[in-house]
Design a protein around this ligand. Structure first.
Ligand code: BYC
Length: 473
């Protein structure tokens, strides 16, 4: 059941050939996807062979196979995690009922909206990252970028399959729209804010995969709890791929920090820019930016949308079934920080309305642990500097903090002061220009690394660090 059939035009483990109508619909979407990939996917890669992992089975222990693959020959497809016997709806008004294999009619539009929002982020991130290959710091990093890109492409397939299989004409239209929007486009932007930002350099890419892919993890975990079983199974399989993306981000930033610290020590100076590496205060400003922009992805702190989708049983909490409460939350409250009279106050609100905030805090705690691991690298070098996460109200565009100006420590300030001091806290034009100036041309000799980043501790899939992860034609 879970092994993937690669003999078909669209590899899948959902017996696609048994549903001719659906198969035809997806086969007619497939060339549009390929056209989109050629136009908006990683640039200049069509003939290179990349050491990629490809799913061969959706079972936990056997799905990854590694080998050199031409990007254009990559086989995207539809893979769901194996079904769980007698799975139930585990929360909300339908708690205890059998999980749904079809969309309950009255929940169609809410489910379609969530699947569309999730799906839209996937091609968006590929678009954001499409030029990075031209300035890669090594073949190892180039391979990781392409691995992330092909998997985001497959995550789009996962959501498009659900739209086609369960939402009829509306779903097919949404699937087409997914290929029509463009990250950062003034007329047809991607749906969520962070996915319209630029990812112009590798520090931004690593921050994005560390922080924003981690939002992906938490949102997918919440959707994996869904009573709509096909969504749950899709998200569970997507999560197995997401872990590598966050590793790429965390280790990438860690290696940039490592290199900065080496140069600081060797030259006994904080002023490392003249040695062509990225200084720690610039890394802090990138962290502030990506953290605040990604905080917005959780929506408003108090949200009736979130309450409704929980009540319906379609989007749960992080690790829902491990939480020891009634999983209905009708009579519970949750404390949410509000801006009040120039400061902040924790106010109890109905727990159902606070679900976005709760997921955001789960994510924030996880991000903070990663930042602590980065701080250990700095401490190991005996350098007196600590990266910190800004206050959750800092630089927000969505939710109830979006109307106030706050410095990274959480002090409420005037909008004039924020504008005046913005460049102390967020990457300035000159920070961005400096980091971009380091990117230069691609480093493509096996085992070589750009000056601004340390090599990784080990290679991919037990290969050496100087393995030829990408072979150019
Ligand atoms: N930008 O009640 P509210 C990933 C909209 S990342 C623009 O607060 P709700 C990945 C909202 O849509 C994970 N608009 O929101 C990572 C709503 O609009 P409508 C992606 C925003 O519904 C890296 C209105 O504001 N997955 O996978 O409770 C690489 C009122 O909103 C934003 C998901 O997000 C924003 N930031 O929560 C690749 C999961 N925030 O409907 C991939 C699916 C809110 O009134 N999505 N709005 O026009 C959801 O669960 C929810 O839609 C949200 C919003 C959590 C995003």
């Amino acid at each position: 059941m879970s092994s993937i059939n690669y003999a078909e035009k669209i590899p899948n483990n959902v017996n696609l050939s048994e549903d001719r109508k659906l198969q035809r619909a997806l086969e007619s979407w497939q060339p549009h996807y390929i056209d989109w990939w050629k136009e908006m996917g990683p640039e200049g890669t069509s003939t290179s062979e990349i050491y990629l992992r490809t799913a061969i089975s959706a079972e936990p222990d056997g799905w990854a196979q590694f080998g050199h693959v031409k990007m254009e020959d990559y086989r995207w497809g539809i893979f769901l995690a194996p079904p769980e016997k007698d799975r139930k709806v585990n929360f909300g008004a339908h708690k205890g009922e059998a999980a749904w294999q079809e969309v309950p009619g009255e929940y169609r539009s809410m489910l379609r909206r969530l699947i569309t929002v999730q799906g839209d982020t996937e091609p968006a991130s590929v678009e954001q990252q499409r030029l990075l290959g031209k300035c890669c710091p090594s073949l190892y990093d180039l391979r990781n970028l392409f691995q992330v890109n092909v998997e985001e492409g497959r995550h789009l397939w996962a959501m498009v399959y659900l739209l086609h299989a369960h939402f009829g004409k509306d779903g097919r239209e949404e699937a087409e729209e997914m290929l029509a929007r463009r990250s950062g486009d003034a007329d047809k932007p991607r749906i969520l804010g962070a996915f319209n930002e630029k990812t112009a350099d590798w520090l931004a890419f690593f921050m994005f995969t560390f922080i924003t892919d981690r939002d992906g993890k938490y949102q997918l975990c919440a959707l994996a709890e869904s009573g709509f079983d096909p969504l749950s199974r899709s998200c569970r399989f997507m999560l197995t791929e997401e872990a590598h993306h966050m590793f790429v981000g965390e280790s990438g930033v860690g290696r940039i920090i490592e290199r900065a610290c080496q140069v600081m020590k060797e030259n006994r100076t904080d002023d490392v820019r003249k040695f062509g590496v990225i200084d720690l205060p610039t890394i802090q400003r990138y962290l502030n930016f990506h953290y605040s922009v990604t905080s917005d992805l959780y929506g408003a702190e108090v949200s009736t949308n979130a309450a409704t989708s929980y009540n319906m049983g379609i989007k749960g909490r992080y690790e829902e079934t491990k939480i020891g409460d009634d999983h209905q939350l009708e009579n519970t409250t949750y404390s949410v920080l509000h801006p009040v009279n120039g400061g902040f106050q924790a106010i109890e609100v109905p727990a159902l309305n606070a679900l976005n905030e709760r997921l955001r805090l789960d994510w924030a705690e996880d991000v903070a642990k990663g930042v602590e691991r980065w701080n250990k690298i700095i401490a190991k070098h005996g350098i007196d500097f600590k990266l910190t996460l800004p206050h959750l109200a800092f630089n927000r565009a969505i939710g109830h903090f979006s109307d106030i100006a706050v410095d990274p420590s959480g002090k409420v300030i005037s909008t004039e002061e924020f504008a005046r001091r913005r460049d102390e806290w967020l990457p300035s034009e000159s920070d961005l220009a400096y980091v971009l100036s380091l990117m230069g041309s691609a480093v493509t000799k096996p085992g070589q690394f750009a000056n601004w980043i340390a090599p990784p501790a080990r290679g991919i899939n037990n290969q050496a660090v100087d393995f030829d992860y990408v072979r150019f034609a």
